[in-house]
Structures are given as C-alpha cells and as structure tokens.
Ligand binder design. Structure first.
Ligand code: 4NP
Length: 164
C-alpha cells in the first residue's frame, strides 16, 4: 500500500480537490487497494468543514464529488503513516518541514514538482479569488495528480499516450 496525503493551508480548497482528483485517477486505474489518499490543512481554521462551495462546484463540473470530505489539521502521526506528504505551495512545504522529524523529511514534496511543464512551484491559493481561480487550480491539480500517479505506478495520462 502506498499512502498519499495532500496538504494545503485550510484543507477546504486545494488539498481536498487534489484528494478527489487523485482518488478518481486511482479508481480509473483500478488501484484502490494499492494506493490510499487523504488530505489535511496546516492550520485549524476549518476543522470539520466541507470543502468550499466553489471548490465543490468546480470539481463537480469535472465529475468529481468532494461533498463527503471534511477539514482536518495535519498531525505528527501523518509523517509516520503516509509515504508522500504533498504540499500545495512553498508556504505549506516550509510549514510541514518545520514540523516533520528530520528522518522523515524525504516524504515531504511539492505537488507542482509532478507537473514541471507549468514552470510553477505553487498551486495558487484560490480562496480569495474568483471562480476562474478554481478552474485554473483544477487544471494544475489534474496534471500534477497524473504525474504523481506516474511516479508511483508507472501510470500514463490518456493525453500522454494512454493506458498503462
Ligand atoms: P486552501 O485555501 O488552503 O486551499 O484550503 C484556503 C482556505 C481557507 C483559508 C486560506 C486558504 N483561510 O484563511 O481561512
């Protein structure tokens, strides 16, 4: 089992979107019993909250249901339990490294590393922007999620030659 945790600031916009998108890819690739996925926030502003309605709407337009997800904060246990602890931006990344035991820091990665063609290190925080922000974020997340699955399982996105 490979365990993946996506982390943003509030766990109501970017990381639940990444969780939903990645879970959908895992299901399409029939890897549900091989890869586990979760998300969390570095901060506790939205504990127990469902994803932001704008994030839910943007995901729903692409057939992904985020409605059942609830906000939680990262814990020390996450660094032990998960194999990949993936930060949505450099701020989340620094925050995670400041709390991660040194011997586990290799697990902490920056999500956009898996979609290098964008030339961006950060998935931008859409919380204070408009709806376009969420669609742009979804594009980035879909591509980085496909890149991550390729690293984990040699998976190829249909747009990059299909199948496995
Ligand atoms: P997220 O977006 O980190 O992608 O979930 C945010 C959500 C809430 C806040 C900031 C960012 N906030 O400050 O409450």
């Amino acid at each position: 089992m490979v365990r993946v945790l996506f982390v943003c600031l509030g766990n109501i916009c970017r990381s639940p979107t990444a969780e939903g998108v990645f879970r959908s890819l895992i299901q399409q690739a029939k890897l549900e019993d091989r890869i586990e996925v979760d998300s969390a926030g570095t901060h506790a502003y939205h504990l127990g909250d469902p994803p932001d309605p704008r994030a839910q709407a943007a995901a729903a337009r692409r057939g992904i249901d985020l409605g059942g997800l609830r906000g939680r904060q990262t814990t020390l246990r996450d660094f032990h339990y998960f194999d990949y602890v993936i930060a949505m931006d450099r701020e989340n990344y620094s925050h995670l490294l400041s709390r991660c035991p040194p011997e586990l820091q290799y697990k902490v990665r920056l999500f956009m590393e898996f979609a290098p063609d964008y030339g961006h290190e950060d998935v931008p925080d859409p919380y204070y922007g408009g709806t376009t922000g969420f669609d742009r974020v979804l594009d980035m997340i879909e591509d980085a999620a496909a890149g991550l699955l390729r690293e984990i399982h040699g998976y190829k996105h249909p747009a990059q030659g299909g199948g496995r």
